[in-house]
Write a protein that binds this ligand. Structure first.
Ligand SMILES: O=C(O)c1cc(C(=O)O)oc(=O)c1
Length: 305
């Protein structure tokens, strides 16, 4: 049995989250969350940039039920590299209530992609955040796209706002739908109406199949206050950014908890209070239903009734 020592300063997920005041619509999907290990069963990858606390599928499913979600989309975390075993184990244990996003190397075989598809994987993640992964050659990424395209998968992309100008043309050349993590990580100290976030909105306008996760206020907020201690006005500086995206692109936005919140250094949010953030960025019941139910179902469970 392998034991792992957490990265110094690692913040564990919040035990005992509150029950959200905002009642999620029936059938809501937590469209961005992860499992970590447990490391003794599913060892962390040698090439990882951090070693997390364990965050098992059982904990994830308990949180799903506690918060009032019906389904999860489990995104492969970089601490597991391209070994998708823990994520796939969660999908298989979910009874069809979880879909997945994998990390793949260009030498993946068609049989392996098919097996992942059968387990519930519907996307592949390309990570351009330098603190999380070593850069992959673009040709390798295009080779992966060629393998997944026949299965109707999409590409989830994670990048920092400063890297968008360099990545834009490459990303827009990828011939399958794109899903951007965490709004392309805007600098929320800047003006949401300014040129930097404008460049991100332009990127979304460039193709009708670019989607956006309006997630991670706890990561993007500069001024807080944190979602702790019953705070109902958490992360207010992030609201105008997320709301702009939700209002302009109501049919291609997704939301998720990001549990178990890798690499936070300031505080670990109460996930119940994070759910209470949603009505601030999606102010009407119709927008919330698209964000939490219709959109993720169209992308991840298109054949469900
Ligand atoms: O896969 C990960 O390691 C990862 C990390 C972060 C982050 O550190 O920002 O965010 C994510 O959504 C996923």
């Amino acid at each position: 049995m392998t034991t792992f020592e957490k990265t110094p300063g690692w913040l564990d997920w919040y035990a005992g989250p509150s029950r959200p005041r905002f009642r999620l619509p029936s059938g809501a999907v937590d469209a961005h969350c992860h499992v970590f290990g447990p490391g003794a069963e599913f060892p962390y990858a040698p090439e990882r940039k951090y070693t997390p606390c364990d965050a098992s599928k059982d904990r994830l499913f308990a949180l799903r039920d506690h918060l009032g979600f019906a389904r999860n989309v489990v995104v492969q975390a970089t601490c597991h590299g391209a070994d998708n075993t823990a994520m796939v184990d969660a999908l298989r244990a979910s009874g069809g209530l979880a879909r997945g996003v994998a990390t793949l190397r260009p030498d993946v075989t068609d049989a392996q992609v098919r097996e992942l598809h059968e387990a519930g994987v519907r996307g592949v993640r390309f990570n351009f955040v330098k603190r999380l992964v070593d850069a992959a050659p673009r040709q390798d990424l295009l080779d992966v796209v060629e393998k997944i395209a026949p299965y109707g998968w999409h590409v989830v992309v994670y990048f920092e706002a400063a890297d968008l100008p360099d990545l834009r043309d490459f990303l827009l050349s990828i011939p399958v739908p794109l899903v951007v993590d965490h709004m392309g990580r805007p600098d929320t100290a800047k003006d949401p109406e300014g040129p930097d976030f404008g460049a991100f909105l332009d990127f979304m306008r460039a193709r009708p199949d670019v989607w956006c996760k309006v997630t991670c206020p706890e990561r993007l907020s500069v001024t807080g206050p944190p979602a702790l201690g019953g705070e109902q006005a958490a992360y207010r500086d992030v609201v105008p950014f997320a709301r702009r995206v939700v209002e302009e692109f109501p049919d291609r936005v997704l939301w998720g908890t990001d549990w178990p919140h890798p690499n936070l250094t300031d505080h670990m949010p109460d996930d119940g209070l994070l759910v209470d953030f949603v009505p601030h960025i999606a102010p009407t019941p119709a927008l919330r239903h698209k964000l939490l139910v219709d959109n993720p179902m169209r992308l991840y469970w298109p054949d469900a009734d």
